[in-house]
Design a protein around this ligand. Structure first.
Ligand code: FES
Length: 110
C-alpha cells in the first residue's frame, strides 16, 4: 500500500530565480529548491553530503548542482554524485507545481 504524500506549499514559482536555488525550511528540514534552465523545479537536502555547507550556494549546470566548497556535483533528479570528493547521494524530495505554486513533499525514507 502506498502512503499519500504530505505536500507543503513552499513558494510561488516567480519567487524562485530563473535558474538558481533558494533555501527553505520545511518541517525542520533545510532544503534547496532549484529551478534549472529547462524550467523544471527540483528539491534536495541543502547540506552537501561531503561537508556541512549549503548546496543552494552552489552552481547549477543543466540538471546538476555543484558544491561551492570542493566541487562535487549532484544530479538534481536522482541525488546521485556525479563527481567526487562526495560519495554519498543527496536526498531528493518530491516537487509538484500547481498553478503558480511550488509544493514539496519530503522524502521521509531518508
Ligand atoms: S563540502 Fe561539498 S564537496 Fe566538499
Amino acid at each position: 500500500m502506498t502512503t499519500a504524500l504530505d505536500w507543503i506549499r513552499v513558494c510561488r514559482l516567480d519567487e524562485l530565480p530563473e535558474v538558481g536555488a533558494a533555501r527553505a525550511q520545511l518541517d525542520g528540514r533545510i532544503v534547496s529548491i532549484v529551478r534549472v534552465a529547462d524550467g523544471s523545479v527540483h528539491c534536495i537536502d541543502d547540506e552537501c553530503t561531503h561537508g556541512k555547507v549549503s548546496l543552494s550556494e552552489g552552481e547549477i549546470n543543466d540538471c546538476s548542482i555543484e558544491c561551492w566548497l570542493h566541487g562535487s556535483r549532484f544530479d538534481l533528479r536522482t541525488g546521485k554524485v556525479l563527481n567526487p570528493p562526495a560519495t554519498i547521494p543527496v536526498v531528493v524530495h518530491h516537487v509538484k507545481i500547481e498553478g503558480d505554486d511550488v509544493h514539496v513533499a519530503l522524502n521521509e525514507e531518508n
